[in-house]
Ligand binder design. Structure first.
Ligand code: WTA
Length: 666
């Protein structure tokens, strides 16, 4: 019964299959925030001053002197000389108009009565109370780690940190103890807010145990605050707080009703850090600053997601990833809208859960990931059809390429052919959207994200930095800076240059024209400047829209007793986009059996988290290597994808690929 209704599918195929271009619906354009196609030319002619409009969306303590200081590329600075506070911008300034309107609609799991509508006034109160973090010693510029799932205390703690000028570093709750420790050590973070546990599919899950395991590996003292999410349902876990662990409720109760002056932060002061996977085993601490990031997320929320204060806007991402930072918390709240946050999964207790939520809250936008859309498609159109989704005005996707079939399904079955779909390409590093249609301006082409946003200079180039012909695959590059860009990798300027700039820049030059940002994605462009993103060109796998480094996974596998060597690649996967395929050499005396396989899966889950769990583990006596000893991952990818093998002539051990392939087929 979960399968798609074949008749419906046939109809969709027939009517939409051949259609390659979709005009924005008239009803949408009539009310859209941005409708003037002249914006592209206007921004190009007026660059970088075109970004003053984005800065005007914010309230400043001191006005800025200069839009862009590009005197020391690639260390660009935006809106220099200005001061402001992000928490003030997301809360206080909305109070005169919107105190009683919901800032956050929190939909919890599993008990319906748990849901909370948090007005701007309540958010103001709770954020001020949470600024009690100062009692623990948190000062300006101290990094506070937040290790929480989708509970209200997560955005509240983020905004409390922003209020007192302490950058936050949110670690996704699904990440392992080890991942938490690595990030806290890398950021020298001496403060942590976590929780006792949370619910998954109705069952309580221990989180504090994992937290404590991680803390044991942190190389400095940490003050920990624990949110009690489970109440008596967590009693079975038998948690008692240690001396350096504080109860969140007690901490804020001491400050009931207190108000804390928002700290005026320099435009370029750090707002937060977010660790993301890169080509080496060590995650990268992406640094975002206060003004540029906030202006970027506010402006794109308005121009791309068409957010208006009176909307109820729903992004189904987790705040533990950049999408949730930019488009559940900062962008929407800066605009004073109502932002929904959902704690649960889309198919619990039933596959109608998301659609029921949209109907109940009359959501205006839905912003989700292609991997989710592919699941919805597989479950069938009857689930959304049972609910009234007519409140929706705009649909969005993010995280990975969306195939035209999934795009069209989303457009028809969720949007009723009346909502534009924005396919937004961007990264943790870019802060917010970069390549997407403007929904009230551009036609949509399923499968292609769209043109670069106004004011951005995106080129698809070959290895010689020459622009490629339309239709040819090349590398996506950004030729000019933009306000939302990362400023550096935390305490590692050198790696920042190596990772993002060195490839296409003259790194000896101080002329900004010689500096080009390389996001490590492949792409092609058509003759109307629409960009189709082809995927990562580095050793990063995109599993269900989540970035995972192959090196991190490999070192987890090599850490398992009996493993001599491992190579991990991404292989195509119907639902996840990509999945993890592991090729493993065992030490003598160990056997490649189910037990070993289980130990490897467990090793990966312990080191990173369940999202990195290998789809397949193949034991092999050797890995395909070049004569210089480099593993040929491309060949392993071909095997994982069951494709014809690429060139094997440079291998020192060409026979091994057929051998591995026959093992994979078992
Ligand atoms: C991929 C998520 C195609 C891309 C916001 C990028 C996409 C990486 C799209 C960043 C899209 C993101 N089409 N690919 N619309 N959006 N990607 O840092 O490979 O978690 O480099 O940020 O996701 O992942 P990150």
């Amino acid at each position: 019964m979960a399968d798609e209704d074949p008749a419906d599918d046939v109809e969709l195929e027939a009517r939409l299959a051949d259609q390659g271009v979709f005009e924005p619906p008239e009803s949408f354009v009539e009310q859209a925030n941005v409708t003037d196609a002249g914006i592209y030319e206007e921004f190009e002619e007026n660059w970088p001053e075109c970004w003053e409009g984005a800065a005007d969306l914010l309230s400043w303590d001191d006005d800025y002197d200069q839009v862009l200081d590009d005197s020391n590329p690639p260390f660009y600075e935006w809106f220099t000389g200005g001061t402001l506070n992000a928490s003030y911008n997301c809360i206080d300034r909305h109070l005169p108009e919107r105190a009683d309107e919901a800032a956050l609609e929190w939909i919890g799991e599993p008990v319906e009565e748990d849901n909370r509508s948090i007005t701007y006034e309540e958010l103001h109160r709770e954020v001020n109370e949470a600024a009690a973090l100062r009692d623990l010693g948190v000062g300006e510029d101290d990094v506070v780690t937040l290790y929480m799932p989708m509970i209200p205390q997560l955005p509240i703690a983020m905004l409390a940190c922003a209020r007192i000028g302490a950058p936050h570093s949110v670690v996704f709750a699904g990440f392992s103890a080890e991942a938490l420790a690595t990030r806290m050590n890398a950021a020298d973070s001496e403060y942590l807010v976590t929780c006792d546990g949370y619910y998954r599919r109705g069952d309580p899950l221990d989180h504090l145990d994992k937290t404590n395991e991680g803390l044991a590996d942190v190389d400095h003292d940490v003050e920990t605050v624990v949110v009690d999410r489970l109440g008596p349902n967590g009693d079975d876990f038998g948690h008692d707080l240690d001396e350096d662990e504080h109860d969140y409720a007690d901490l804020v109760a001491d400050h009931a009703g207190a108000t804390v002056e928002p700290v005026a932060r320099d435009a370029e002061d750090m707002l937060f850090l977010m660790y993301t996977s890169g080509t080496t085993g060590q995650p990268k601490g992406v640094k975002h600053t206060t003004a540029g990031y906030l202006a970027w997320t506010a402006w794109t929320s308005q121009a791309v997601l068409d957010v208006k204060p009176e909307d109820t806007y729903f992004c189904s991402a987790d705040i533990g990833w950049i999408t949730g930072h930019s488009y559940i918390v900062y962008g929407p709240l800066a605009l004073g809208t109502t932002s929904m946050m959902y704690e649960g999964t889309p198919d619990y207790p039933t596959r109608e859960r998301l659609w029921q939520i949209i109907e109940e809250y009359e959501a205006d936008q839905l912003y989700t990931a292609p991997t989710a859309i592919r699941s919805f498609m597989k479950w069938g159109a009857e689930y959304p059809a049972n609910n009234d989704l007519s409140s929706l005005r705009l649909l969005g996707t993010v995280g990975e390429p969306i195939n035209p079939r999934a795009w069209k399904w989303y457009y028809k079955h969720i949007g009723g052919e009346e909502c534009p779909v924005v396919d937004t390409w961007w990264q943790t590093e870019t802060g917010g959207h970069m390549v997407t249609t403007l929904p009230g301006v551009n036609d949509m082409k399923p499968g292609s994200a769209g043109p670069a946003l106004p004011g951005l200079d995106v080129e698809i180039v070959d290895t010689n930095a020459e622009e490629v012909e339309p239709g040819r695959a090349g590398y996506l590059t950004v030729q000019k800076p933009w306000p939302g860009m990362l400023r550096t990798l935390y305490k590692n300027d050198e790696r920042f240059i190596d990772e993002y700039w060195a490839e296409y820049s003259d790194t000896d030059s101080d002329d900004p024209e010689d500096w080009v940002y390389f996001p490590e994605d492949g792409a092609k462009v058509d003759d109307e400047d629409y960009i189709t993103v082809l995927g990562r060109v580095d050793d990063v796998i995109n599993v269900s829209g989540h970035r995972l480094g192959t090196m991190e996974i490999e070192s987890a596998i090599v850490g398992v007793d009996g493993v001599a060597e491992a190579a991990v690649v991404g292989g195509d996967h119907d639902l996840k986009g990509e999945a993890v395929y592991a090729y493993v050499i065992l030490e003598d005396g160990y056997e490649g059996n189910d037990e070993m396989r289980a130990a490897i899966v467990e090793g990966v889950e312990d080191a990173i988290g369940p999202i990195a769990r290998p789809e397949e583990v193949v034991f092999t006596p050797e890995l395909p290597k070049t004569r210089s000893g480099k593993i040929m991952r491309r060949l392993l990818e071909d095997i994982a994808n069951d494709e014809e093998l690429g060139d094997t002539s440079t291998l020192q051990n060409p026979g091994i690929v057929d051998d591995i392939r026959s093992k994979s087929d078992d």
